[in-house]
Design a protein around this ligand. Sequence first.
Ligand SMILES: NC(=O)c1ccc[n+]([C@@H]2O[C@H](COP(=O)([O-])OP(=O)(O)OC[C@H]3O[C@@H](n4cnc5c(N)ncnc54)[C@H](O)[C@@H]3O)[C@@H](O)[C@H]2O)c1
Length: 448
Amino acid sequence: MGFLTDRRDPRVAVIGLGYVGACIAAVLAERGLDVAGVDVDPHLVDELRRGYCRFEEPDLAQLLRAGVDTGRLRVGTDYAAVAEADVILVTVGTPVRLDGSLADEQLRGACVELSRHLRRGQLVVVKSTVPPGTTRDFVLPLLAGGGLVGGTDFGLAFTPERLAEGTALRELRTFPIVAGGLDAGSTRDAATFWRRALGVDVVPVESLEAAEIVKLADNWWIDLNIALANELAKFSALYDVDVLEVIQAANGIPKGTGTINILLPSVGVGGSCLTKDPWMVWHSAQQRGLEIFTAPAGRRVNAGMPGYTARLILDELAALGRPARGARVAVLGLAFKNDTGDLRATPVLPAVEALREAGCEVRLHDPLVDPDEAEKLFGLRPVPDLDAAVRDVDCVAVLAHHRPFAGIDFAALPVTRPCLVLDGRAYYSRERIAELRAAGFHYRGIGR
Ligand SMILES: NC(=O)c1ccc[n+]([C@@H]2O[C@H](COP(=O)([O-])OP(=O)(O)OC[C@H]3O[C@@H](n4cnc5c(N)ncnc54)[C@H](O)[C@@H]3O)[C@@H](O)[C@H]2O)c1
């Protein structure tokens, strides 16, 4: 394809400037590439042009601003911008419907629009997570609707995005990229592009479908592994055993090509990926007559954790002589995990709902989330000041442990004593727990 035939750096278009697209566009521009970003959301485009970044991701805002300021990153709503590109990356959202099937509106819109602007010699690379077969059976015919032939006139590959929010930029610069093409030429071109663009290792695979399944396998494993950790936590709690001690001691023995690596239990799994990708697996299998058991099992276990956490709080409060009705609970951290402001599918929401249903008075505090978004989701305005959030509460529930929370001096908090500290994702050390107890707190973690 075009960019392989000369020595200049490939020019890139990124379609969809959401979380993933913004991170990729920013890192590619940082690497010195010429990037045109396209999104259908004019507000998002306007924000990016003004140097504002709505995603709470370490260093992303500065990187995007630098890209826009140097002119290496241009953003807009007009697909005409893709004409100049050698490589077109598709990073639109791919949510699932209630039955686990792909809600394909964003992908369809992007492909239809792209088909009108595609020209010979370009390489289209899908990065959005999709059910196996989507790139070949859905994306390819839509792109070919413009009259060009895939594999002959333009290249087509699937290279999954495997970054995690909170550590996205570092992972983008270092993680190996899996590449599967429509044909050998597309695989080779995609591999060449990523090696040149990011300087990372590339793992070529035999087909589009293999690359699509790799992404699903990663998230299937992560969700199921967390489910194992969550059930191990409940199991350990039966014996008054600290699950973190068990996990640390169990992990590390060689197994297969790695070691046993049980992940961490928590208030639950959220975000836009782990909550949907296992269902994508399950639905895709169903469509072909195969019943998959593990993916839904992981989902069910993890979806039950917010309720388990709320129950833990209520039981511990009862043991301290505080009935649920009227008990005051401060929830620190509303996002779906530590160090992100992302509220998508946050497990904190069902935990808070369960507490409020039981009659608790809940106050919310999170310095990373957008307060308007939080108010819309929780029906409660977060309290910006930590002291005001915890004043006279019976329980401080740390449900996402963002970096600013590391410095909290619990001894100085104006809470009722004894006060419960519910550790939903902070993983406090033994020393920290001893300090909490000395300061008049009662500590309880998930499986601890
Ligand atoms: N968020 C993550 O941590 C993560 C990690 C790995 C992979 N993924 C996958 O990456 C993909 C994108 O995820 P995200 O979190 O960035 O989603 P997102 O919802 O944040 O962003 C999607 C963007 O695409 C834009 N868009 C929709 N239709 C469009 C169109 N026709 N043309 C141009 N732009 C359009 C939307 O306006 C939005 O800005 C998904 O498939 C997701 O599963 C996400």
